[in-house]
Design a protein around this ligand. Structure first.
Ligand code: FE
Length: 359
């Protein structure tokens, strides 16, 4: 009985070893086949997850493919969903690159271990240091300001000055702004924490809550609409939404955009709050070289103007001028802090918003 069992055991081990050996060989063969495929198809593909959905982007990516022979596969989605998807996919992800809006969000992707540091002289030359991650895990591609938008009928720009002035009782019941759950407001407050410290930032948030025309609701565009509807006189919102509304196919949006003015706050102080849309190489990128080439291309002089204009934003590459529409809003002095700080102070900013009751 014992012997029979041993014989069965021995043959089982032999069969298993044989299977394991065959298995190994097959895996090796597959790997080799993949490598061969890679070397024949070398530099052929790059896979991009992006929250942008513009025809201009498609044209630019086609241009990149024509110049380099690298095919670009695009998966579009909402920013937070793309980050969730990357997290879920882990090592198995097909994504080589992530494009998303807001340094706070890019920092979140970095903190979740989704991005990889990129060392590229081209990127270092094209993207100013304050507009990229300090560990080079993401690079800004376009700039937006978070500004004061005012009713041209009821407010004269001479009445406006700083972000801090928004806490002045003269604006009681007149300020419109979206919820604090939105990353744009979190990054705005994070910039004040970076510049003025936590205490002053909290006083600012408290003062704005006191002056709100209504409980926060709707997106940035909805604030401009509410200004024109007379619910309040001024709104805090991102510059590019005015560009989008002016060029909207909806005549009501065009009308709203024409009735509001854009004011860049803090021009005698720390400057207007800016943020970026940016790009990062994913941690598990399978086509790193191609991905870096695409990052470099998008930061280049020839791509920057088109890429920024598609969303009515300012180029990060200082050699490129903004569009005529953006120039018509006037030049402005931006905050001069490293945008990594917006991510670093994000959790304190969320804590402050909760404490002061900014819904
Ligand atoms: Fe936006």
């Amino acid at each position: 009985m014992k012997t029979k069992f041993s014989k069965i055991l021995l043959s089982s081990i032999l069969i298993l070893s044989l299977l394991a050996f065959v298995g190994c060989t097959r895996v090796e063969e597959e790997t080799e086949a993949n490598l061969r495929e890679d070397s024949t198809n070398k530099n052929q593909v790059v896979n991009l997850y992006t929250d942008r959905h513009y025809d201009t982007d498609e044209q630019l990516l086609n241009q990149f493919s024509e110049e380099t022979g690298i095919e670009v596969n695009v998966i579009k989605g909402k920013s937070d969903e793309l980050i969730e998807r990357l997290t879920r996919e882990g090592e198995d992800t097909q994504a080589d690159l992530l494009i998303t809006a807001d340094a706070g969000r890019l920092h979140r992707a970095k903190e979740s271990g989704l991005l990889l540091s990129t060392s590229s002289e081209v990127l270092f030359n094209n993207v100013p240091e304050n507009l990229r991650d300090k560990d080079n895990e993401w690079f800004g591609l376009t700039i937006r300001g978070r500004v004061i938008v005012y009713s041209k009928d009821r407010v004269h720009p001479s009445e406006l000055s700083t972000y801090e002035d928004l806490t002045n009782p003269k604006w009681g019941g007149k300020i419109l702004v979206r919820s604090s759950s939105n990353i744009y407001n979190q990054s705005l407050l994070a910039s004040f924490i970076a510049i003025n410290g936590e205490k002053k930032a909290k006083e600012w948030a408290e003062g704005v809550v006191d002056n709100m025309a209504r409980d926060p609701q709707g997106n940035d565009r909805a604030q401009a609409t509410a200004v024109v509807a007379g619910e309040g006189d001024i709104a805090i919102m991102n510059t590019y939404y005015i560009g989008k509304m002016l060029n909207s196919s909806n005549p009501e949006e065009v009308n709203v955009a024409k009735k509001v003015g854009i004011f860049f706050p803090d021009q005698d102080g720390a400057g207007t709050h800016i943020n970026v849309s940016g790009i990062g190489l994913t941690k598990y990128a399978k086509n790193k070289e191609n991905a870096i080439k695409l990052m470099e291309f998008l930061s280049s002089e020839k791509a920057q103007k088109q890429f920024a204009e598609a969303n009515y934003e300012f180029p990060v590459n200082p050699k490129i001028e903004p569009s005529d529409l953006l120039k018509s809003w006037g030049e402005f002095k931006p905050q001069n802090i490293n945008l990594s700080k917006l991510g670093e102070f994000n959790s304190i900013s969320v804590k402050i918003f909760n404490e002061v009751g900014w819904k």
